[in-house]
Write a protein that binds this ligand. Structure first.
Ligand SMILES: *[C@@H]1O[C@H](CO)[C@@H](O)[C@H](O)[C@H]1NC(C)=O
Ligand SMILES: *[C@@H]1O[C@H](CO)[C@@H](O)[C@H](O)[C@H]1NC(C)=O
Ligand SMILES: *[C@@H]1O[C@H](CO)[C@@H](O)[C@H](O)[C@H]1NC(C)=O
Length: 320
């Protein structure tokens, strides 16, 4: 007997799943698997998530005057409680229309050189503070050093773990020296792959590391790269991290800038986004009264996890 299976191939451009995919198979598409081309290797994944934070202003609240804090706190949505800030209809329907995606950190590190407290209110949807009366929105995570000396920080962790994946995002980092912005995969300190931006680096470098980058104070060869950026990270830039068995590849604006084969986690990790400082040598010390922020316009995650199997069907979606 002869079986003929016809595969349909669809190319997903950014925004294809306009209102965010579910964390299982993308809502609104019939993709049965997702293909990512990674430096000539074809990687296949079962799950797709796209979150677009750019156009959540709606008509009821925006645009805002310069300096207006219109942050809509992610935790309020994720916990399904009322927000301390009045959300626009667009923001509300966006977050109510998708499955819960983020756990919002509230752990503290009070015994560090600068005591640090993660505060859920430090992760929010905001209007672009650099453009007066802008309708442009974004996910923002801030860190500030208060007059009490304490550093408040913000952190989001994906509710799902990834068992390999391709993660892409557009971000910028601005603010005072003494903070670290992290966009990274994490299980524990020896299963972690990072993009990190240090505000003390003056917008010129991105650090890409499969942790640990140092062992007993000695650098682990090939574990970390300090890349000089052509465009400053204070400008919107596209980053991508492809994690497959035995390999992480880091991309900036579509170019592969690092291939790493050391310290590649074989274990599932979460996707994390944070903005922090504890006054140690890596982030440095932020002066009292200062702050810094990580802004994210969109996030696209193509991934496997240990809980979901490939969907039935024969539609292969190629994620560019
Ligand atoms: C993802 O899982 C599928 C099986 O469900 C497997 O065929 C595929 O190779 C996995 N992808 C990666 C990058 O490991
Ligand atoms: C990254 O490299 C630049 C240029 O060599 C250097 O000035 C900077 O201190 C480095 N950053 C770190 C954290 O090592
Ligand atoms: C990464 O690996 C790919 C595939 O082998 C190669 O084409 C590319 O030049 C490498 N890039 C870097 C920065 O090592």
């Amino acid at each position: 007997m002869l079986f003929q299976i016809l595969f349909q191939k669809i190319t997903l451009v950014l925004g294809f799943v306009a209102l965010g995919g579910s964390i299982a198979n993308a809502a609104g598409t019939s993709c049965s698997k997702y293909i990512v081309e990674s430096a000539g290797d074809e990687l296949s994944f079962n799950n797709y998530l796209f979150q677009d934070f750019r156009s959540l202003s709606g008509s009821s609240a925006g645009p805002k005057a310069p300096g207006t804090n219109d942050g809509v706190v992610i935790a309020a949505y994720e916990a399904a409680t009322s927000s301390p800030k009045v959300p626009t209809t667009a923001m509300k329907s966006y977050f109510q229309g998708i499955p819960r995606t983020w756990l919002v950190s509230s752990w503290n590190r009070m015994n560090s050189p600068v005591p640090m407290q993660n505060q859920p209110a430090n992760a929010f949807i905001d209007y672009d503070p650099t453009t007066p009366y802008s309708q442009d929105t974004m996910l923002s995570i801030t860190t500030s050093r208060g007059t009490n000396g304490i550093q408040t920080a913000g952190e989001l962790q994906s509710v799902f773990s990834l068992n390999y994946g391709s993660i892409r995002f557009q971000s910028r980092v601005t603010g005072a020296p003494g903070a670290c912005a992290g966009m990274f995969l994490y299980k524990d300190d020896t299963h972690e792959s990072d993009f990190e931006f240090l505000t003390r680096d003056g917008s010129s470098y991105v650090h890409m590391t499969n942790q640990p980058g140092n062992e007993n104070g000695i650098p682990v060869p090939g574990a970390t790269t300090n890349l000089s950026l052509i465009y400053p990270y204070s400008e919107w830039t596209n980053y991508r991290l492809d994690w497959s068995p035995g390999m992480t590849r880091y991309f900036v604006n579509g170019e592969i800038v690092a291939n790493k084969t050391v310290n590649v986690s074989p274990l599932p990790m979460y996707w994390m986004m944070n903005m922090w400082s504890d006054g140690t040598s890596w982030p440095g010390v932020m002066a009292v009264g200062n702050s810094a922020r990580l802004d994210i316009r969109w996030l696209q995650i193509v991934y496997n996890n240990t809980n979901t199997l490939p969907a039935d069907g024969n539609v292969i979606c190629v994620v560019e």
